[in-house]
Every structure is written in structure tokens, then in C-alpha cells.
Design a protein around this ligand. Sequence first.
Ligand code: G1P
Length: 294
Amino acid sequence: MSHAMKAVIPAAGLGTRFLPATKAMPKEMLPVVDKPAIQYVVEEATRAGIEDILIIIGRNKNNLSNHFDSVPELEQNLREKGDEERLAKVQQSNELADIHFVRQGEPKGLGHAVLRARAHVGDASFAVMLGDDLIDERDGLLAEMIAQHERRGATVIALMEVDPEAIHLYGAAAVEPTDEPDVVRVTGLVEKPASEDAPSNLAIIGRYVLTPEVFDILERTEPGKGGEIQLTDALQELAADSAGPGVYGVIFRGRRYDTGDRLDYIKAIVQLAVDREDLGPELRPWIKDFAANL
Ligand code: G1P
């Protein structure tokens, strides 16, 4: 069943935290080491068996669509030079998946962006993956969420324990245990609560497996936090509906890299680069030396 599931990647945000880099480029195209952030997310989807991906775009869509397209003159140039290694890197993103694009129109929030996927997704469950959150390829998360969705017939979100001081940056979940470790039933959700109002320190991280009922709810979801139509608010309605299958959370304890703000973005690049075979051996001693002289 999972092989037919589609993924939706919202990439229509204004990226204001990264101006001026994002003036003419979506933030999802910012390089993390040597790949745009969104390519990590597309690769993660394909590892979970997803082959059809819809990217919700805003202005500056050409950067994104070009990245997943072929570049004949560049490929020809590399071919003539016999640079097979770089040719493979260029071609890799063209061949990853069947990628589609739809415009959000106006940036009215994550819930509004997800609603734009309705025509493409149809009456089927689908994954939503946010480009600010990168999940290490050694730590499978999405496949586990899809398995939980198939087992329970319910919406599944990814949760992670965060410092209580940081919960105001996320959607926060009230949960109760299930018979499985690190799988919880979500009893309530609140978008970016003040830490004193947060139901727990379990934060929604950017992976969701949603049932199509969410579209009808999003159609009538009023703007919430920040004046935006919030996906969290629609999911709260599903969690509160005792007649439905409910919402479950998979608690992630692996490596997540946040590229959503400048400091975390720098940390993500360093963390990923030190683990790379081509860069790590030289980077690690350099960082030690650099840190010793700070
Ligand atoms: C969005 C969601 C939030 C979630 C977060 C994860 O917020 O609205 O519930 O915790 O992504 O990254 P954003 O970071 O886009 O403001």
C-alpha cells in the first residue's frame, strides 16, 4: 500500500529568516553541504517507498522545478569531460521521483498549503514533509509512520521531546500511551503554545501521514496562530473526534537537523558534513583546532 502513497512538500513560505539569500530563491533550495534541503526530503520520501511527490510552490518556482529537471548543456559538458561522478550527481535529482508542482497563490499558512494538494492527492492518505526538518537517513521515521497508519487507519504525526523552553516554536501534543513503546494516542494539539500553557514537551516535527478527511476540515479551518490557517488546528479537530480513528504520534528519538533558522542551519551543515566520508576526515580536526582557539 505504501508504494502508492503520495507525498506533499510545502515550499511556498517567504523564507524571511534567511533574507537576502531567499529574496529570489525558496528557502528549501538553500544548500545543506552540497544539496538543496528539499532534495534530502525527496530522497527520504523515496526511501519510504513514495514515488509521487507534489511540491507546493510560491513565487520563485523556477529554481525548484529546474532542480528536478535535466540540464542538457551541463550534462553534455560533463559527459565530454568524462566527469561521470559529477554527471551522476546532476542527474540524480531528475530521476528520484515523479515530481509535480502546484502554486499556493497566497501564503496563508501550512494548512492552506496542504489544502492546495487536494486535487492531486484525491481520496487517499498521503504524507506531508516539511523541508525545515531533515531526518538522518540512518534513522527511518516515515516508513514507521506509514506502517502505523496502515495498522491503525488513522492520522499519524511525528513527535519529538524538546526542551520545555523551546516548545513555543512548535505544535505541542497532549498524549496517552498505547500498547507500543514510542507510539502514543494524541488527545490534543495546540500550535506554538507559551511554555506555561503547553500540554507536554512533545513537539510536532515536520512529518505527517494524513487521511483525506483532513481536507474537509481544512476547508473550514479559520485562521489561527499568526493569522494563518494552521494544520495543527485541523489535526486537533481529528484528535478530538471520539467517533473517528483519532490521531497517533510516533515519538522520534533519532537524528533530526533543523534548517529553519540561521543558527540551526549552520549546525545542521556542520553535523552532516563531519559524518561525510569525503569531508569529515579533514573537517573534524579543523573544527577541533578552530574551537580550541575560540
Ligand atoms: C510548522 C507547524 C508546527 C510544527 C513545525 C515543525 O511550524 O505549524 O506545528 O511543530 O512546523 O517544524 P513552522 O516551523 O512552519 O512555523
